[in-house]
Design a protein around this ligand. Structure first.
Ligand code: ASP
Length: 348
């Protein structure tokens, strides 16, 4: 594995670069110089690093599709200048950003690694330094033939490199903040990097990367639970701007057998609302034909989200809705893997 030498480090904010507000005692984002001052190791990295900082730096709870478009521009405008990109980002919405970027960079041929930390970089026990250093190495890691080891949007955290659109924040306390429950890790970082070659995307290096900036956020996530009230669901589905719903169903994609629910969903679907069925379980997939309680949803033109994460399903809907005005086309693409975000079971 040969190291190349140019990585762009984009700082959006997040705990990694935060410090204590003296008045409130709460953590708030600080600027990039604070981060650099706390990482003297920067001087020893062989990779040449340029930096770009969001101004102001944000807590990632304030992330938005507009800022995703800003990230797309920052990378796209400098795409040829760098071997890889590292995005420092708060952990709270990192999985949403990673999923969105995986769709917004079509035919990505370079690594885009998102990372952050659970403890600020200025604290003694910080996990930020290792996450940052390993991410920079991973963003510049190349094969003998010069192609990058991980040419996709990924999240690096606590020794694991995960596909960005398969990752979920799973822990607000421990250092292992993320996992990809339905997809193997792309790389394990121990004493050495162990890449899981078969699980890494293989882009077409003869084709250009195509950046997409538009997202249509007329979408909602809604969760089923025992006792769901008809009128409330009706009001939600009646919102005139609504174009897409990620419905978090039970187990392998099941819903209560109450006629009003299927009727309301059918009616919304006929008005052009795309409903995607995603399981509330973190592992496993939607199989609407498995139980009667799931089968009824097939009739209502509901699309299977297979083994997708909620984060990837919502970002994919936003991306497709911006691209296609017609609901059937959005449904067709929802059923396909665009950036490795779902595994479609073989028909048997
Ligand atoms: N609230 C922080 C953020 O997402 C948490 C973190 O960075 O871990 O920006």
């Amino acid at each position: 594995m040969k190291r190349t030498n140019r990585v762009l480090l984009i700082y959006t904010g997040g705990t990694i670069g935060m410090g204590c507000n003296k008045k409130t005692g709460a953590l708030e984002p600080l600027d990039f110089s604070h981060l650099v001052d706390n990482v003297p190791e920067f001087k020893h990295i062989e990779t040449e690093i340029d930096t770009y900082q969001f101004s102001p730096a944000i807590d990632s709870s304030n992330m938005s599709p507009k800022m995703w478009a800003q990230l797309v521009d920052i990378v796209a405008e400098r795409y040829e200048l760098y071997d890889g990109f590292v995005i420092l980002h708060g952990t709270d919405t990192m999985a949403y950003t990673a999923a969105a970027l995986s769709f917004m960079f079509e035919n990505l041929t370079k690594p885009v690694v998102l990372t952050g930390s659970q403890l600020p970089i200025g604290q003694l026990r910080t996990d930020g330094k290792e996450n940052l250093m390993a991410s920079i190495e991973l963003a510049s890691a190349h094969h003998q033939d010069g192609t990058p080891c991980v040419p996709e949007v990924s999240i690096y955290f606590n020794g694991h490199l995960l596909r960005g659109n398969r990752a979920t924040k799973q822990n607000a306390e421990e250092f292992n903040a993320f996992d990809s429950f339905n997809y193997p890790h792309l790389c394990e970082a121990g004493v050495n990097f162990t890449f899981n070659e078969h699980s890494i995307l293989k882009p077409d290096y003869t084709k250009p990367m195509i950046p997409h900036r538009e997202m249509d956020n007329n979408v909602i996530v809604f969760s089923l639970f025992p006792g769901l009230e008809e009128n409330i669901v009706k009001h939600l589905l009646d919102a005139p701007e609504l174009r897409g719903i990620v419905m978090r169903s039970y187990g392998s994609g099941n819903a209560p057998q109450v006629p009003w629910l299927v009727e309301l969903l059918k009616e919304a679907a006929s008005r052009g609302v795309v409903v995607v069925n995603v399981s509330q379980c973190i592992t496993g997939q939607v199989e609407m034909g498995r139980y009667d309680t799931g089968y009824q949803l097939k009739d209502a033109d509901i699309v299977s989200g297979y083994d997708t994460t909620v984060e990837a399903a919502i970002a994919k809907l936003m991306f497709l809705q911006a691209k296609f005005k017609d609901a059937d086309t959005v449904r067709e693409y929802m059923k396909k893997s665009i950036a490795g975000e779902i595994t479609i079971p073989e028909q048997g």
